[in-house]
Design a protein around this ligand. Structure first.
Ligand code: OXD
Ligand code: MN
Length: 609
């Protein structure tokens, strides 16, 4: 048995509640050794991981790792929110009774870290001094060194964060046990994995994975699921939102926009975007966060926001100079970036993924994400992707070249716009501004993206993903909607809402809008609209820009030719959508009447159009 007290003493971990928690779980998991880590331990831990073969060098100061081949993504069907109150059950949160889940997880974790080191990761999901600090502290216990290295990049990690808490008992207890990955029956009826957030006890128990959101518990389990439950009980919002700033160099004004996008709708690329060259003299875009925003109403009645994370855990696929130049610059040699499940060249230490750029023609030394030699592929394997579609890069915010100068300011930043955007081939215009709060919340609740495969749904029917929180919902959708309305009712200066869509297609299937850096144009229009500098054109579903109002300098000929189409409302398609929305919203018992009123207002306006 590990000498827990000695390890905690050596690390200077004095918080008595944390000590008690670590002692308890060291006993349950049966770990041999306890090691408390801080960000300052990174270089040593990296070296240990290299020596153990858990990491491979990927050029100077960059690293490569592979996860078990059946452990490559979040497992939503194995993810559960548990509480002691059945009223917390929602449509999406896989609610289960807390007592049942705790028993099950304790059973699975008992003795499961025997022979291993249990790392104690004290972390903060906020800049220190944030008004939400009481909800941001956590201690992850994990038996996996790679998880520690990822957490050091994704969260603020150090003993002092937990020793200095105003309320020393206010921290999330997050236990991660990897389990025997080769014998967990992933994806079979006999699946052993459980990823449980016991939300009303602020306890997270994850068993059976070492990958991403299943294992980096500060990020999704705490930063989103637990955070949103805490936000509901304590008057703030926690959302899977990106957050960016737009600086108008001419006026000196700075605007902040946050927003939710279902996966594969370009959220990270938007978060990290730059101004198009032609607008670069006037506008500068700053990066705050690509995945999570915590939002609250300040004493001045304004809505504030911050990114609780310290890093980016970005999808590698299709990341390149055009789609996301700042991401490319944030993972260059010397950044300490970790690549997971991309292709790796064991001779040159180079990494590659689909959409990175030209595929290497010389196959010498290249291994695919499973570690198999690419040159040895035969038959159908020859065309298989080299990287896993959910392969990732992990890098710190500090490495992102356009990170905002105030990204660590505990005050957060004022939020001027809240946007939602899916991937929609028709119907959704480039941007539509929504002035009314209930209609804005209604728009978020009816957010979705097109079904990508027959199995996902019917053509023309969205896979709805309310506020892009479907996999992270921790309580009922009706209460969630009411909570949004309540928070906004307290804001005396309200941000504008909008829906954006970069993915309209022409009859020949081509994209009608070039996207990427050009997306700044509709966002600038939105801020001008919110300021009353432009009026736009009112439609049944919001206000859209007139062609003259958009900044068009430097936009390519094809986009100019297609512009009228992306600024049009297809009333017939919208009327059809209203029926789908009605069915979607009807799932949520007890949805606030304001949301139904908003729905009926939009439906009536479409009928009259
Ligand atoms: C996710 C992530 O799973 O951000 O959404 O990693
Ligand atoms: Mn995410």
């Amino acid at each position: 048995m590990a000498d827990v007290a000695a390890a905690l003493d050596e690390a200077g971990l004095t918080n008595p509640h944390v000590r008690e928690y670590v002692e308890h779980w060291a006993g349950v998991t049966g770990a041999d050794r306890i090691e408390v880590v801080s960000a300052a331990d990174d270089a040593r831990l990296v070296q240990e991981a290299l020596d153990a073969g858990e990491l491979l060098p990927a050029g100077e100061g960059r690293y490569y790792s592979r996860s078990y081949f059946k452990d490559t993504a979040r497992a939503e069907e194995r993810t559960i929110v548990a509480t002691s109150d059945e009223n917390d059950k929602g449509v999406y949160n896989n609610w289960r009774p807390a007592a049942e889940m705790k028993d099950k997880l304790v059973g699975l974790m008992k003795g499961a870290s025997a022979g291993k080191t249990m790392y104690v990761i004290p972390y903060l999901m906020a800049p220190q001094g944030s008004p939400l600090e009481a909800f941001a502290a956590g201690v992850e216990l994990t038996d996996n060194r790679n998880v520690v290295l990822q957490m050091i990049r994704m969260a603020r990690v150090g003993v002092s964060y937990l020793n200095e808490l105003a309320d020393p008992d206010s921290f999330v207890r997050a236990v991660h046990v990897t389990g025997d990955l080769e014998n967990l029956g992933q994806g079979t009826p006999d699946d052993q994995r459980y990823f449980v957030t016991v939300a009303d006890e602020r306890t997270i128990l994850h068993y059976g994975s070492s990958y991403g959101g299943n294992a980096l518990l500060g990020k999704i389990a705490h930063g989103l699921r637990q955070g949103s439950f805490d936000g509901w009980k304590n008057g703030f919002l926690v959302e899977q939102f990106m957050l960016l700033g737009i600086v108008d160099k001419e006026t000196g004004k700075k605007y902040h926009i946050c927003g939710g996008f279902p996966s594969a709708s370009g959220k990270t690329n938007l978060a990290m975007t730059l101004a198009p060259d032609a607008l670069g003299d006037r506008y500068y875009v700053e990066f705050y966060g690509d995945d999570i925003a915590w939002l609250w109403v300040g004493d001045d009645g304004k809505l504030y926001g911050m990114n609780p994370e310290n890093g980016v855990f970005g999808v590698a696929k299709d990341t390149n100079e055009k789609t996301n130049p700042t991401a490319v610059d944030s993972i260059v040699p010397g950044t300490g970036a970790i690549f997971t499940n991309v292709a790796y060249n064991e001779k040159t230490q180079d990494v590659w993924w689909e959409g990175k750029g030209e595929k290497p023609t010389d196959l010498d030394g290249w291994l695919d994400w499973k570690g198999d030699v690419i040159a040895d592929r035969t038959g159908e394997e020859v065309d298989a992707p080299w990287a896993h579609p959910n392969s990732r890069f992990t890098t710190t915010l500090e490495n992102v070249p356009n990170v905002a100068s105030d990204f660590e300011d505990p005050k957060g930043v004022e939020i001027h716009g809240v946007i939602f955007g899916g991937r929609t081939r028709d119907r959704e215009p480039l941007v539509r501004a929504i002035d009314d709060v209930a209609e804005g919340v209604y728009d978020g609740l009816t957010l979705g993206a097109e079904a990508t495969a027959a199995a996902d749904g019917l053509e023309g029917v969205l896979r709805y993903d309310p506020m892009s929180m479907r996999p992270f919902m921790s309580y009922s959708e009706a209460d969630y909607a009411a909570h949004w309305l309540e928070v906004f009712s307290r804001a005396t200066t309200k941000p504008i809402f909008a829906h954006v869509n970069w993915f309209q297609r022409g009859d020949d299937g081509r994209f009608l809008w070039p996207g990427y850096r050009e997306n700044l144009r509709p966002l600038v229009w939105l801020m001008q609209y919110a300021n009353g500098e432009v009026q736009g054109e009112r439609t049944p579903v919001g206000v859209i820009p007139t062609r003259e109002e958009l900044l068009l300098d430097g936009l390519d000929e094809q986009a100019l030719a297609d512009l009228d189409t992306v600024l049009t409302i297809d009333v017939d398609r919208w009327r059809e959508e209203i029926g789908h929305r009605e069915k979607h919203l009807s799932q949520f018992d007890g949805l606030p009447e304001e949301i139904w009123e908003a729905h009926r207002r939009v439906a009536a306006a479409l009928d009259d159009a």
